[in-house]
Design a protein around this ligand. Structure first.
Ligand SMILES: Cc1cc2nc3c(=O)[nH]c(=O)nc-3n(C[C@H](O)[C@H](O)[C@H](O)COP(=O)(O)OP(=O)(O)OC[C@H]3O[C@@H](n4cnc5c(N)ncnc54)[C@H](O)[C@@H]3O)c2cc1C
Ligand SMILES: NC(=O)c1ccc[n+]([C@@H]2O[C@H](COP(=O)([O-])OP(=O)(O)OC[C@H]3O[C@@H](n4cnc5c(N)ncnc54)[C@H](OP(=O)(O)O)[C@@H]3O)[C@@H](O)[C@H]2O)c1
Length: 416
């Protein structure tokens, strides 16, 4: 890496030549690809807008969070979870693991630098990645490769709901919810019945609040385990032998036996099966870890869509009005790639690669994407291995050819 600085105007600017890929994002995906590149002997720079690794896990998740899938499906390449970790590690344990992981592979991100734009320079055949820091510092990284690791959940989704500004009580997104301890005795509307909405409702109820969960359309709820085996693992196993539609049917029958008919509690099931829905529309089924029992016992109330809010009240589409104290928007997340990546061939305008799995990790001109397969941490690990091998091949070839001619660290003239 070579740095050229200029402080001639009020903003301090630097230009950095990176002798290897620039990785945007120091979440599990960015770390995984960094680790695999390290093994290939390829240098890299990781850029992270936050002041820590895995900022989603450290700063934007609730206290009671655990991995929903068994640990063997969540560990990153080349470094297993410690043996003493439970089957479903807690958020704290997962962060501890990621910190060990970064240390083990000597990954030291550039913290507090948010990528504002990234563009391929056709003339020089390099990516120009511009970042800014809270202190006004700006950097342009120049690199042959760009790895997008900013995640499927980079930004909160806040829907526009009539009257929300007039509500007057506390309104937060699930990413700012930590625990129900300050909600004792309060009536809370949780908007959204994905995994976040279900778990926040469960937590609120455990802390003595009275949550109502909004289920405006439909949702698949599956038990986290079936006959002591992870439902996810069981589904993966079955998919080796039987078609997806049949796996869906079997899962739904088993779910019915274990959980009963969830439609009795106001939770409508989608018309297509859970795996097909995930594949086609990216909608993750809820893996139940206790919310359904709360719903069954009436401690969490299921309500239909919201018509509007007014002072201290929410009106539902049925016309029913509920007096409430707080709102938690568990309305999901979105990718932020379209806001900064100036490219439209590989990425679509929803911030996900256009190509289908297994071809959605590699674009043109040295562009890569990791963690956009809607397959969670397991998907990110597979991407990391592919990307590092791909870059490693070219890097080593280049190195062989240029060894005698070009020094490893090249000077780059600032374009600012
Ligand atoms: C509440 C919750 C629980 C989850 N639980 C599980 C689970 O149990 N199992 C599972 O497999 N998946 C789970 N997920 C999905 C989760 O997204 C992945 O586990 C994992 O965090 C994805 O890693 P990532 O590195 O791709 O994205 P992220 O973890 O989101 O990391 C992306 C990083 O990029 C940074 N970044 C974003 N934009 C910029 C920018 N412009 N410039 C610089 N840096 C930027 C972010 O700050 C962040 O640190 C969960 C998600 C949520 C919201
Ligand atoms: N422990 C875990 O592993 C864990 C825990 C939490 C989250 N996660 C993961 O994190 C990701 C995000 O999950 P998430 O639950 O935050 O988001 P999500 O799965 O995208 O769910 C968002 C929910 O909000 C609803 N919604 C959106 N706008 C609405 C509106 N205006 N009115 C009413 N409802 C509205 C959606 O309803 P519609 O379906 O009708 O659009 C949906 O029910 C998922 O991959 C999930 O699996 C994992």
């Amino acid at each position: 890496m070579f740095i050229f600085s200029s402080e001639q105007d009020s903003v301090s600017r630097r230009c950095v030549w990176v002798n290897g890929p620039v990785i945007v994002g120091a979440g599990p995906s960015g770390l995984a690809v960094g680790a695999c590149l390290r093994e290939q002997g390829v240098p890299f720079v990781v850029i992270e807008r936050s002041d820590c690794i895995a900022s989603l896990w450290q700063k934007r998740t609730y206290d009671r969070l655990k991995l929903h899938l068994p640990k063997k499906f969540c560990q990153l390449p080349k470094f297993p979870f410690p043996d003493h970790f439970p089957e479903y590690p807690t958020k704290r344990q997962f962060i501890e693991y990621l910190e060990l992981y970064a240390k083990h592979f000597d990954i030291n991100p550039q913290f507090n630098e948010c990528v504002q734009s990234a563009k391929y320079d056709e003339t020089c055949r390099v990516w120009r990645v511009k970042t800014s820091s809270p202190n006004g510092f700006e950097v342009e990284y120049i690199s042959q490769w760009l790895v997008v690791a900013t995640g499927e959940n980079a930004e909160r989704v806040v829907p526009e709901i009539e009257g929300l500004e007039e509500f007057g009580g506390e309104v937060i997104h699930a990413c700012d919810y930590k625990s129900g301890k300050n909600y004792k005795g309060k009536k809370v509307v949780v908007v959204g019945c994905g995994n976040s909405g279900m778990e926040v409702s469960l937590d609120l109820s455990n802390h003595g609040a009275q949550p109502s969960i909004v289920c405006r359309s439909s949702v698949h709820v599956l038990p986290r385990e079936i006959f002591g085996k992870s439902t996810f693992e069981l589904a993966m196993l079955m998919m080796k032998w039987v078609p997806l539609w049949l796996v869906d049917k079997i899962l739904l029958i088993l779910a019915w036996f274990i959980l009963g008919n969830i439609e009795n509690y106001g939770l409508k099931r989608p018309s297509i099966g859970p795996l097909e829905l995930k594949n086609k529309h990216g909608k993750t089924p809820v893996l139940d870890i206790g919310a359904l029992e709360k719903i069954r016992s009436g401690k969490v109330k299921v309500v239909p869509g919201i018509k509007k809010f007014s002072c201290g009240t929410v009106e539902l589409v049925t016309g029913e009005k509920l007096e409430i104290d707080s709102v938690v928007l568990a309305t999901g997340y979105c990718s932020n790639v379209p806001y900064w990546l100036q490219e439209s061939e590989f990425f679509s305008n929803n911030g996900f690669p256009k190509a289908q799995i297994p071809n959605n990790w590699k674009g043109k001109s040295g562009l890569y994407a990791i963690g956009f397969t809607r397959k969670g941490l397991a998907g990110a690990s597979a991407d990391a291995i592919n990307i590092a091998q791909d870059i490693g091949k070219v890097y080593k070839e280049d190195l062989k050819q240029k060894k005698q001619k070009v020094p490893t660290h090249r000077r780059c003239i600032s374009t600012f």
